[in-house]
Design a protein around this ligand. Structure first.
Ligand code: AHG
Ligand code: MN
Ligand code: MN
Ligand code: MN
Length: 333
């Protein structure tokens, strides 16, 4: 009703995560909460720079090429530095893996904690200069018992992650997070400087009406993908699917979680392992998708079952509504 007063009992991300941990009865040390506070701070810091980018000469290239062979944008470099500094200073991390750093970063003993964070500091680089949605993706592992933090603590199946999430910098900054018991979405209240629970318990619809692929790669696509796309564009019954492709994984996955449908970046005849990176793109998004009741596959295997052999390994990705992804899998069988 219009005479209702605004709520005086807002649920911040930190409050929500703490509540969840108590509810699950885990031995709460507060370490994960503190790590997530550090990550929230990086998202606010990156968000404010994204908003000002055009005004403070933060658009365009930085002049270096990363290990993936991509030209780094200024915001890629800035977001990466923000993440590394804050995660190291949190005292809660042992190993960091970033898209922008060739080697894993092993945290010095003085600052060392028990978590490993794998991240894509700025996702959707090609969209930066046009002001289109971009994001940050992260996944969190706990170091293995007895380990002081080595690369082996992150070369593990995605199903072993303890938390994963992303922040999307769009019309508002949205942080979507799972600590392994469902998915929740929070919106940054810039005046408060807090992420407020706005999307509790996100569930991806069991079927959608949207497909999200870079069809400019069609000529390289393998048979199962070509045939699947044909089946949803020229259906024998019902309406054809709508196409939506932003080219920022964060934005395309965010829409897929909320509206349903299928997002795909397959391996093909040109990109033999696909484009998206397993550790800090595919795993966190697969983790969130499954936690929201959806499916995430390479077409042949469950993404979260893959054990990475190297930190920048790539993989084929399809994720989204259960029934839509299962339809796609049938074309692979
Ligand atoms: P990044 O900007 O972190 O390098 O990631 C780019 C990724 C991802 O955001 C997106 O899904 C995909 O690349 C888009 O690739 P195309 O331009 O080939 O469609
Ligand atoms: Mn990149
Ligand atoms: Mn990316
Ligand atoms: Mn990136």
């Amino acid at each position: 009703a219009s005479e209702e007063l605004p709520s005086t009992d807002i649920i911040t991300l930190t409050r929500h995560v703490l509540h969840d941990q108590f509810r699950l009865g885990v031995a709460v040390t507060g370490d994960l909460t503190l790590l997530l506070i550090a990550i929230q701070t990086t998202s606010k810091f990156i968000a404010t720079n994204v908003r000002k980018a055009r005004l403070i000469n933060l658009v365009g290239l930085a002049g270096e090429t990363n290990v993936q062979g991509e030209e780094q944008k200024k915001l890629d470099v800035l977001a990466n530095d923000i993440m590394i500094n804050a995660l190291r200073a949190s005292g809660k991390t042992a190993v960091l893996v970033s898209e922008e750093n060739e080697e894993a970063i092993i945290i010095d003993e003085r600052n060392r904690g028990k978590y490993c964070v794998v991240f894509d500091p700025l996702d959707g680089s090609s969209n930066i200069d046009a002001g289109v949605n971009i994001g940050t993706i992260f996944g969190i592992y706990q170091i293995k018992p007895g380990s002081t933090g080595t690369i082996h603590d992150v070369l593990r199946a995605g199903s072993e992650m303890v938390a994963a999430g992303y922040t999307m910098y769009g019309s508002s900054a949205n942080l979507v997070l799972s600590t392994g018991s469902g998915v929740n979405g929070y919106t940054l209240d810039a005046a408060l400087g807090e992420f407020i629970l706005t999307h509790p318990d996100i569930k991806v619809p069991s079927r959608g009406k949207i497909y999200s692929f870079n069809e400019g790669n069609s000529v390289y696509f393998h048979e199962p993908v070509v045939e699947y796309l044909k089946s949803i564009k020229y259906p024998t019954a019902g309406a054809p699917y709508s196409a939506r492709y932003i080219g920022s994984m964060v934005a395309d996955v965010h829409r897929t979680l909320l509206y349903g449908g299928i997002f795909g970046y397959p391996d093909d005849k040109k990109s033999k392992s696909g484009k998206l990176r397993l550790l800090y793109e595919a795993f966190p998004m697969a983790f969130l998708t499954e936690q929201a009741g959806g499916v995430a596959t390479t077409g042949r295997v469950r993404i979260l079952d893959i054990v990475p052999k190297s930190i920048h390994e790539r993989c084929s990705v399809f994720l989204g509504s259960k029934e839509d992804v299962q339809d796609l899998i049938k074309f692979y069988e």
